[in-house]
Design a protein around this ligand. Structure first.
Ligand SMILES: [Zn+2]
Length: 55
């Protein structure tokens, strides 16, 4: 089931020229507000790299 949070998407458009940081930030916020799609595997790995110490 896709729970699209239309309202959130309206206010959080992904800009065209995003940096990796921005995309990560977008997806982290997106995940907390909407479930229409998952974080891409590649981005997940980047997020993991950025959060060391979580065993
Ligand atoms: Zn969404």
């Amino acid at each position: 089931m896709n729970k699209l949070n239309k309202e959130w998407h309206l206010h959080h458009r992904m800009p065209k020229n995003t940096t990796l940081e921005q995309r990560i930030q977008w997806h982290l916020e997106h995940k907390q507000n909407c479930a229409c799609r998952d974080i891409p595997q590649k981005l997940k790995e980047e997020i993991r790299k950025r959060k060391p110490g979580k065993s």
